[in-house]
Design a protein around this ligand. Structure first.
Ligand SMILES: C[S@@+](CC[C@H](N)C(=O)[O-])C[C@H]1O[C@@H](n2cnc3c(N)ncnc32)[C@H](O)[C@@H]1O
Length: 778
């Protein structure tokens, strides 16, 4: 990429820098023309898209090598490594149609099932047996392993069926005898114990609760934000206003080995690779088929086994072999199919560009003509091409051309590559920048780094959760209707995801006709106004016009403020960086208008209110309440030094090596922070939170609870007291309160429940399973 960029003549770069939507065809055409005569471009496209260079394809030799390594690890009882090698082998093993006997993939699934059984991952083991049996229905070892897993699961009835089938299809007499004696043992055991309730372990089904949005929405046009979405009637807090499947999705590179490439959920130990290339991993066959459109199913004629079995066993076997792992209707367009030839480009190009490819492929498969000239128009998404910085304009030109060449190799549909088609893709790339949502997940609950093997919370253990509830970014997606919701730094809508489905829920009451707005990332309380605006400008190329950025609010004044030199004065002292931004707000919305409504703003900047023209009287380094001067340079130096100690404590928490010295140094630093920073400064809240975690880890639970409460008190000033951030903090507090046997845990937990149900409704327990544990405790 860099070498292509460097070779572009300066004159052409200048044209691209100055390009608008109207001149885009010309600049795209000129750059294309330049690349056509530039050999390194053709070399690069060949390396990206030519199957003869493909390294991500299937390769039987490599698969056999990994299988061998897996076998060695298994013999040495190194099961974790064996599991990894068998998965690698499955990723590279080509599917051989017709090879029912000694099928490499079926053997690998059974080897992996055996490892999973050893690791006591029984449901996963059962699923791998099913996969092997779908390929080779008369695979005795697979029925046998399935039977053994069912015994361990207590599904004795299924186990007996599995073992009986294994016995029937087993060719050796010795083998048959051994299975027979095992069946006898289970039958004897079953007589003395109640037969456990049978469970069918199906592959992952979408974990959604059947809640449908009931609110009628309208699209409206706003003078400062373009189109927006409003409800047709009043909506109460916690109402589900929108649910939508994505138009296209892509997993982020850092999650490729940990999350399903289709539904974006955590990958289980029995992950399923793509059938035709070695790039994606899925949580189930269901997701693999939805993404790639292919399944390795045997035809019914190959099911000799079914015909030779007694009727009841035959029906049982049919259910296992043909069990419906793709109940949901397949979209006619599968996202990964066009990328799936083992060529490099889907693995190498940036995620947003591969996503643009998926959007284009979906469009092409729906259009009969292969004409992409009306592509942008039909997508009906806004874009930011003219607001993009030069570097992004240049990158999108280059990537659009490269992507079109890669798609032409891979897609199979004919389309012409010229100024018109390239300009369409450039616009789509800028549409993706503005409209794509980052799919996030709450990180699996981790109490002191503990979680059970399936990543869930160990409900049985008496542990307290003190680490932060983290969100991890797993994918990017385009939701066509969802992208009509504008941003606000004081949002009234909360967006979250279950699998790939987007859910939007109101967190406040919204009157009919008022805009429903979510946060694209930054929020009042998280960062101050200046930082939020720079983020939105860099990431989404717009200047935020929301109320949080145009009207004075307490959080923006105090979040980074210093304290007044007079101990009894509650005024805030601001540095010039923050002050400039706040002054702009007072020009348009005088603070005095807000005094009555928000008396806590009045509390921190009384002096500013008392002036006729507040904007000229607010000065950096002067208290906004009493006007006295504070030497911010020396305060800043003290604060920076104190923060080094707090950082040391943070590191000690992470490594779980907390010494008395690190705690007492941090306590001294907290004192320095409190005497230099405003009482509501976020840095103090974070220091309090670190101390709460440290005290919890060394078993000083009362001190931990005290520091946790101190942190929450500040956060309640910075955020809305009913914000989800407060609930996350209360989770930590309640956990410690429970361990202390403190009755106030009940209040904390019911507050958490109320906030969670407003943000997640019926999905709260799914998104945050730790809630069930807390509820049970009260
Ligand atoms: C995902 S789209 C939202 C729908 C968009 N208004 C439309 O007409 O399609 C994002 C774009 O909406 C506009 N926008 C959204 N929130 C805004 C805000 N708070 N202030 C200014 N513009 C905003 C910006 O132009 C941004 O690039």
């Amino acid at each position: 990429m860099e070498s292509l960029k460097a070779a572009i003549p300066e004159k052409l770069k200048q044209l691209i820098r100055d390009s608008t939507v109207h001149t885009l065809r010309d600049t795209c055409s000129s750059l294309h023309h330049f690349f056509l005569h530039f050999e390194p471009f053709h070399q690069m496209v060949a390396e990206l898209a030519d199957p003869s260079y493909a390294l991500c394809g299937k390769n039987k030799e490599t698969a056999l090598k990994y299988k061998q390594l897996g076998n060695q690890c298994f013999s040495n009882a190194d099961y974790a490594k064996a599991l990894d090698y068998y998965t690698r082998a499955l990723r590279r093993a080509p599917f051989e149609f017709g090879a029912i006997e000694n099928n490499l993939i079926a053997t690998l699934y059974i080897n992996r099932a055996t490892v999973l059984h050893k690791m006591n991952l029984l449901v996963e083991c059962l699923r791998d047996c099913n996969r092997a049996l779908q390929i080779c229905p008369s695979y005795s070892k697979a029925w046998y392993r399935r039977g053994k897993a069912n015994v361990s699961l207590g599904n004795n009835r299924d186990a007996i069926c599995d073992l009986n089938i294994a016995k029937t299809v087993e060719s050796s007499t010795g083998g048959k005898k051994q299975i027979e004696s095992e069946v006898k043992i289970i039958l004897d055991q079953s007589k003395s114990a109640n037969i456990a309730v049978q469970q069918r372990h199906k592959e992952n089904s979408l974990n959604t609760v059947g809640e449908m949005p009931q609110i009628k929405l309208q699209s409206v046009s706003m003078p400062d934000k373009g189109r927006g979405t409003v409800p047709s009637y009043d909506v109460s807090p916690g109402s589900l206003v929108h649910a939508e499947e994505p138009y296209a999705t892509i997993i982020l590179k850092q999650c490729r080995e940990t999350h399903c490439h289709y539904c974006l959920n955590d990958l289980p130990a029995d992950r399923v690779p793509c059938i035709s290339c070695s790039i994606p991993l899925y949580c189930s066959h269901q997701c693999q088929i939805k993404a790639g459109g292919q399944a390795f199913r045997i035809s019914t004629e190959d099911n000799h086994i079914l015909k030779n079995l007694p009727r009841d066993l035959g029906e049982y076997a049919a259910e296992v072999i043909q069990y419906n792992d793709c109940e949901q209707k397949l979209d006619d367009v599968t996202e990964h199919q066009h990328e799936c030839q083992g060529v490099h480009w889907p693995a190498v190009l940036p995620s947003e560009i591969v996503l643009a490819g998926r959007v284009l492929a979906k469009f092409l498969s729906k259009s009969s003509s292969g004409d992409i000239t009306s592509f942008v128009e039909k997508l009906e998404l806004s874009h930011c091409y003219e607001r993009m910085p030069f570097e992004s304009k240049l990158d999108s030109h280059i990537y659009a051309i490269v992507l079109l060449y890669c798609l032409k190799h891979s897609h199979g549909t004919m389309f012409s590559i010229d100024g018109i088609s390239i300009s369409q893709v450039v616009i789509v790339i800028s549409q993706i920048q503005v409209n794509c949502m980052t799919v996030v997940r709450l990180k699996s609950i981790d109490a002191h780094g503990l979680s059970d093997q399936s990543g869930g919370f160990p409900f049985h253990s008496n542990v307290h959760l003190t680490s932060n509830v983290e969100q991890i970014r797993v994918g990017k997606a385009i939701y066509k209707a969802g992208s009509l919701f504008n941003h606000s730094c004081q949002p009234n809508v909360h967006a979250y995801f279950l699998s790939r489905t987007l859910y939007l829920r109101t967190t406040k009451a919204v009157a009919a006709g008022c805009q429903l707005e979510l946060s694209y990332g930054p929020q009042v309380g998280l960062w101050d106004c200046k930082d939020r605006q720079s983020f939105l400008q860099d990431e989404y190329a717009f200047h935020c016009q929301c109320t949080g950025c145009s009207e004075v609010n307490l959080s923006d004044i105090v979040l980074n403020a210093f304290r007044c030199i007079y101990p009894n004065c509650s005024g805030a002292v601001l540095e010039s960086r923050v002050l400039e931004c706040e002054k702009q707000k007072t020009v348009h919305f005088p603070i005095a208008d807000k005094v009555i409504k928000y008396d806590d703003i009045y509390e921190v900047c009384l002096h500013a209110f008392n002036q006729n023209d507040a904007s000229t009287h607010i000065q950096p380094g002067h208290c906004l309440k009493c006007g006295s001067y504070c030497d911010l340079e020396s305060s800043r130096a003290i604060v920076d030094k104190a923060l080094i100690c707090i950082k040391r404590l943070q590191d000690a928490i992470l490594s779980k090596e907390i010494s008395n010295t690190s705690i007492s140094d941090a306590l001294r630093s907290l004192h320095l922070l409190r005497s230099n920073l405003h009482a509501y400064n976020k840095v103090i809240a974070e220091a309090e939170d670190n101390l709460a975690q440290a005290f919890c880890l060394v078993g000083e639970l009362q001190l931990s609870a005290d520091h946790c409460k101190a942190s929450i008190q500040i956060l309640e000033k910075l955020y809305d007291p009913d914000d989800i951030v407060i609930a996350y903090e209360l989770v930590k507090l309640s956990s410690v309160q429970l361990s202390l046997g403190d009755d106030s845990a009940v209040n904390s937990i019911s507050r958490i429940g109320a906030i969670f149900s407003r943000y997640y409704g019926l999905h709260a327990d799914l998104v945050f399973p730790y809630l069930q544990y807390l509820r049970r405790e009260i």
